[in-house]
Design a binder for this molecule. Structure first.
Ligand SMILES: CC(C)(COP(=O)(O)OP(=O)(O)OC[C@H]1O[C@@H](n2cnc3c(N)ncnc32)[C@H](O)[C@@H]1OP(=O)(O)O)[C@@H](O)C(=O)NCCC(=O)NCCS
Length: 161
């Protein structure tokens, strides 16, 4: 994919670009992972979720990485494994812009369903997913470790096309 395949402005009139996440971007993306998630992936897990079967993207604000997404595509199904916006850039519409871009690219590739899994307590992310048309498919009880005990995972699906 071209390095800069989409340019647009956000609510703050910055210049944003979405492009492929390359191996050279991993340390900057992993820093966002650590800043944004209460339970970040290990660096090893982060590095292993890259490669041919992945459609991984970065979103830059004024030339600096501000968000990334990790999506695996297998035949006509895709799974959003991770999406994170740097805390300094959250609630500016970037998460929505990145997901809308992913959805439109997957539709062009003929993918029929986009799956994801989210902590039941992550109300902000769930609100974003629901606003894009995702709905709950199932719940995995006590799936994630939490600050106290464990918490449920909600599996959500979005039909594409
Ligand atoms: C979830 C996340 C990706 C959303 O990205 P974002 O750029 O902040 O979200 P947007 O600005 O595009 O928000 C779009 C909509 O989602 C909902 N939303 C997002 N964050 C929210 C929050 N903290 N509380 C309530 N609603 C929220 C709102 O409906 C929002 O629309 P609005 O701002 O017009 O009210 C971001 O908060 C993040 O990186 N969180 C930490 C990592 C994470 O939880 N990832 C998802 C699970 S893997």
């Amino acid at each position: 994919m071209a390095r800069q395949d989409r340019r647009y402005g956000d609510k703050f009139a910055n210049m944003n670009t979405i492009s492929s996440l390359s191996p050279a971007d991993l340390s900057a993306a992993y820093a966002i992972e650590q800043r944004s998630h209460a339970f970040p992936w290990s660096e090893k897990t982060f590095a292993s979720n890259q490669g041919d079967r992945y459609f991984n993207l970065r979103l830059d604000v004024d030339g600096k990485i501000a968000a990334f997404a990790v999506t695996q595509v297998v035949l006509d199904e895709a799974t959003l494994f991770n999406i994170a916006v740097d805390p300094a850039y959250q609630r500016r519409g970037l998460g929505r812009a990145l997901l809308e871009h992913i959805i439109s690219e997957l539709e062009k590739r003929g993918v029929l369903t986009l799956w994801l899994e989210v902590r039941a307590s992550n109300r902000g992310a769930i609100a974003l997913y629901e606003s894009l048309g995702f709905s709950e498919a199932t719940i995995r009880r006590n799936y994630y470790p939490a600050k106290e005990g464990r918490e449920d995972a909600i599996i959500m699906a979005l039909p594409l096309g």
